[in-house]
Design a protein around this ligand. Sequence first.
Ligand SMILES: [Zn+2]
Length: 141
Amino acid sequence: MDINEKVAYIKGLTDGLKLNEKDDTVMVLKAVIDLLEDITDEITDLGELYDELSEQVDEIDQDLSIVEDDLYDSEEDDDFDDDFDEDSEYYEVVCPTCGDEICVSEDILIEGSIDCPNCGEELAFDFSSLTADEINGDNEE
Ligand SMILES: [Zn+2]
């Protein structure tokens, strides 16, 4: 028996007893039973609302985990890109000795030279084609 059924049972009992409605004690008893009915109605409504909210929170939680998965995926993509493309600049340099095209990062350019991975010739970089911003960038240490 849940609380609604208990209150209905008590109400049924008092109705069946044919109590004297004008008796002070009976009036108080009826008022208390009325109050109990109101309270159980409110609790029942709250319980339904709670169930609805729980379902919505579950849905939000599921949606959020999808968003989190997407977010972490794209963060991993960003990390990947950092190593190659996006934030740090890359330049193609042609080795004057063997003609090989070498992809060098801004960091290596700022160091000023790299050994050609094809022929081993040391390549020194000319900064004249770069703007000061490109050279300085975020790499001041
Ligand atoms: Zn070379």
